[in-house]
Design a protein around this ligand. Structure first.
Ligand SMILES: Cc1cc2nc3c(=O)[nH]c(=O)nc-3n(C[C@H](O)[C@H](O)[C@H](O)COP(=O)(O)O)c2cc1C
Length: 308
């Protein structure tokens, strides 16, 4: 029995068991970890990004280890939204997992289609939708939705019309003014914001003079990005009134609590899952011990209490 009530209500039907979610793309569809982890103990599982049709992803190699982190160019490999709803979701719900579906698209119509499918009767058990806006818009010359104020505002406003479910917008860090984009997403109808997705990076093999990733560039994640993520989560939390979910380089309870201290309501854990699939559960326990030892009744006592 936990000494504290760690549940977090993010609004519009999304209630987390505790403040630590498994980040999209780093925990598969949860079921891959079924033998190792009690899925019902995780705050929520954000599944790998879903598109209208199955996608094979990018050419290998797709993962490279870097100093304090990793680069990935998985390219949003997934079985498509219909296979997710038919094959994965029922099994996740049997295990009593709280499920957030991550949505990916190359054009507005892709997002609309997936969000509509995830809002229909066969998706009743999906508690919230996380919109990955770090994808290139093929109709706008490949610029990512999340780096352009007009594209982002139009996309989120359109999706708001398609669903009554909780809409979490996952912000891209590959921008100069994340606070401005955060405000745009909220004005367009986001219920919460997650910050941040991976930072665009590159690694090369000097002797071969070749890129290490098949896709040449990829997304940097892990402890190396934590200071950037913390700075951006802090800026976002100051800019908006909706809950902010901190993501980036969280490896332990103290890391997670730092994000709460700068104004986040909850966190997501990504790269740490590759080292230890129990990481989200262990991090939630470490957070709880710290809160108890500091006389706090929950994370809300720490949220946004940074002193200057
Ligand atoms: C292998 C891999 C795949 C990812 N796939 C997705 C994805 O499908 N959708 C998404 O929004 N973010 C995706 N991400 C980004 C993570 O959810 C997270 O935002 C990022 O890795 C930063 O957190 P971390 O440092 O704790 O890993 C992926 C990250 C990794 C490492």
């Amino acid at each position: 029995m936990s000494p504290l009530d760690l549940t977090v209500d993010l609004g519009r039907g999304l209630r987390l068991r505790n403040p630590v979610m498994a980040a999209s793309g780093t925990f598969g569809y949860g079921l891959e970890y079924d033998d190792l982890v009690d899925l019902s103990q995780i705050g929520a599982i954000v599944v790998k990004g879903l598109s209208p049709q199955p996608r094979a992803g990018n050419a290998p190699p797709r993962i490279v280890e870097t100093a304090g982190g990793m680069l990935n160019s998985i390219g949003l490999q997934n079985p498509g939204v219909h296979a997710f709803l038919a094959e994965k979701l029922p099994r996740l719900l049997e295990r009593n997992a709280i499920v957030v579906a991550n949505v990916y698209g190359e054009q507005v119509e892709d997002y609309v289609y997936v969000v509509e499918q995830l809002s229909g009767p066969q998706a009743d058990g999906v508690s919230g939708l996380e919109i990955n806006v770090s994808c290139p818009n093929v109709k706008a010359g490949g610029i990512a939705f999340g780096v352009d104020a007009d594209l982002l505002g139009a996309l989120i406003a359109r999706l708001r019309q398609c669903t009554d479910k909780h809409l979490m917008v996952k912000l891209s860090p590959n921008v100069t003014d994340i606070a401005m984009l955060a405000r745009i997403a909220v004005q367009a109808g986001a219920d919460s914001l997650s910050a941040i997705n991976t930072l665009l990076g590159m690694a090369i093999d000097l002797e071969a003079r070749k890129p290490k990733l098949g896709n040449v560039t990829g997304g940097l994640s892990g402890p190396a990005i934590k200071p950037v993520a913390l700075r951006m989560a802090w800026q976002v939390a100051q800019a908006v009134d909706v809950p902010v979910i901190g993501v980036g380089g969280i490896m332990n309870g103290a890391d997670a609590l730092e994000f709460i201290c700068v104004g986040c309501r909850a966190v997501q854990v990504g790269t740490a899952n590759f080292q230890n699939p129990q990481a989200p559960i262990q991090i939630a326990r470490e957070m709880e011990s710290w809160l108890v030892s500091h006389g706090l009744a929950g994370v809300d006592g720490l949220e946004g209490t940074l002193n200057f």
